[in-house]
Design a protein. Structure first.
Length: 88
């Protein structure tokens, strides 16, 4: 599915969704390292991850993934990309 709107204008989740791969587990590591690394590889410098937990029934993108955004925020900031942080 290709999203034609400016994804950077979508709000970012305030909290991690229940199944977010970037959410820390009881050992203080991502709850799904393999999936988190896949999301990073797919999105870094190319796009923003949409939170699958916030998609509506027709899979319309509603919000950006907090986990991925938090991971990439510092890198984007250091590169001067001035990431927006519109939290919902």
């Amino acid at each position: 599915m290709k999203i034609t709107n400016n994804v950077s204008e979508l709000s970012i989740m305030k909290a991690y969704c229940k199944t977010c791969p970037f959410k820390l587990n009881e050992k203080n590591i991502w709850q799904n390292v393999t999936l988190a690394n896949s999301v990073i590889e797919r999105n870094l410098f190319k796009s923003q991850q949409i939170c699958h937990g916030s998609e509506s029934i027709n899979r319309k993108a509603n919000n950006r993934c907090k986990g991925y955004y938090d991971y990439a925020f510092e890198l984007y900031n250091r590169l001067g990309l001035k990431p927006s942080k519109n939290l919902i």
